[in-house]
Design a protein around this ligand. Structure first.
Ligand code: KG4
Ligand code: ZN
Length: 356
């Protein structure tokens, strides 16, 4: 079985072909990606209109390239999958309409993929993690714990009450003048800094539940920066980046400990797997801390390789494949969605963290 996957929900235009084969290393036949980072960098963040135009300009070429480097023709694929949300609606429409046109022209089934399900199932693409597992999803727009029970079956255990963790990295990087995207820049600078120098807050640490909050941390970084005067030295910036990253990691580890307890109360010994996915999972310091926590908690830890953590077409094609196996395809009238939670029931619930 071969599936073509298209991703256009944010600032990466991506397309990949994956196949249904036992060895994870042989599953990705091609993986084409155009990163729009240079287009958005002057603005310090993603500009939706620029993103949609760039997707239009690059997607056809990337589809061609993905098919060519997989060594196949379009009519050899068994289905066409595309992100149908959540994300920047203009970009999502570009990818979904392209997929609809390809599905219509070839008569192949269309699969409208939830981008978050792409991140959620990426550990099954990279190493066959069995259901159920606890997922920490940390990206630029999302920050949540989910009990992943099956394809299409998710229970949200906790989420952020304000900023996503990737957003906190990006905003802190902007304050430090490091440019966009902020995560990798902060991680690099933090390696040269003293994480003990600035005692930053650890929002919600030790509180019940497993929600997050990062907006106070961002404000604290701003106040420290202001206290350093008009021209902080490179060492000041490195120390602040290191202190920020240490605070984020400290909070994530505390919240994950609580999430493991919540997951255990639902699945007990049935699910001893922790998965971390989304762009921030590319952070090596975070991966190391989570590895230690998983070991102490008697859980396995699965982190997809960095190129599968940040947005990519292979994770979308993989969801297409998992859905196709179950007969879950979509009609050509399916709509693009700016918002699309994996656990709609949880959206209505109050935040445990907000009460604590
Ligand atoms: O999953 P993703 O590519 O796009 C979204 O769906 O949001 O995640 C992008 C986010 C950005 O906020 C970026 O700064 C962050 O992931 N990120 C990182 C690292 N690499 C990317 N954050 C921390 N450390 C990194 N190495
Ligand atoms: Zn993403």
């Amino acid at each position: 079985m071969l599936v073509l996957g298209i991703e256009t929900s944010c600032d990466e235009t991506a397309c990949a072909v994956v196949r249904d084969t036992a060895a994870p290393a042989d599953r990705i036949l091609s993986h084409s990606l155009f990163s729009q980072v240079r287009e958005h960098a002057p603005y310090g963040g993603v500009v939706p209109e620029i993103a949609s135009r760039a997707h239009i300009e690059h997607l056809d070429f990337l589809v061609d390239e993905a098919l060519k480097s997989a060594g196949i023709e379009l009519d050899q694929v068994d289905a066409i999958a595309a992100t149908a949300g959540p994300g920047l609606i203009g970009g999502v429409m570009v990818g979904l309409m392209t997929a609809k046109a390809l599905a219509y022209a070839t008569g192949k089934p269309l699969i409208a993929v939830n981008h978050l399900e792409g991140h959620a199932l990426s550990a099954r693409l990279s190493d066959d993690t069995p259901f159920p597992y606890l997922l920490l999803l940390v990206s630029g727009g999302h920050c949540q714990f989910l009990a992943v029970e099956d394809v299409g079956r998710y229970q949200r255990l906790g989420t952020t009450i304000d900023d996503a963790v990737g957003e906190a990295f990006d905003k802190t990087a902007k304050l430090l003048g490091l440019g966009y995207p902020g995560g990798p820049a902060i991680e690099r600078l933090a390696r040269q800094g003293d994480a003990q120098r600035f005692p930053l807050p650890r929002p919600l640490k030790g509180k019940p539940g497993c929600d997050f909050s990062f907006s106070g941390l961002k404000t604290a970084v701003r106040l420290v920066l202001e206290s350093l005067g008009d021209s902080p030295t490179e060492q000041d910036k490195a120390d602040l980046a290191a202190s920020f990253q240490a605070a984020v990691l400290d909070v994530i580890i505390d919240r994950t400990r609580h999430a493991i307890a919540a997951f255990d109360s639902i699945h007990g010994s049935k699910g001893r797997h922790l998965v971390v996915a989304g762009g921030v999972a590319a952070n090596a310091a975070l991966r190391d801390s989570l590895r230690q926590l998983a070991e102490k908690s008697g859980m396995s830890l699965s982190v997809p390789p960095p190129r599968l953590c940040t947005d990519n077409g292979a994770m979308i094609a993989w969801v297409g494949l998992e859905r196709l196996r179950r007969g879950l395809t979509d009609g050509l009238d399916v709509s693009a969605r700016a918002r699309w939670p994996l656990d709609p029931a949880a959206e209505a619930k109050p935040f445990a963290g907000a009460k604590a």
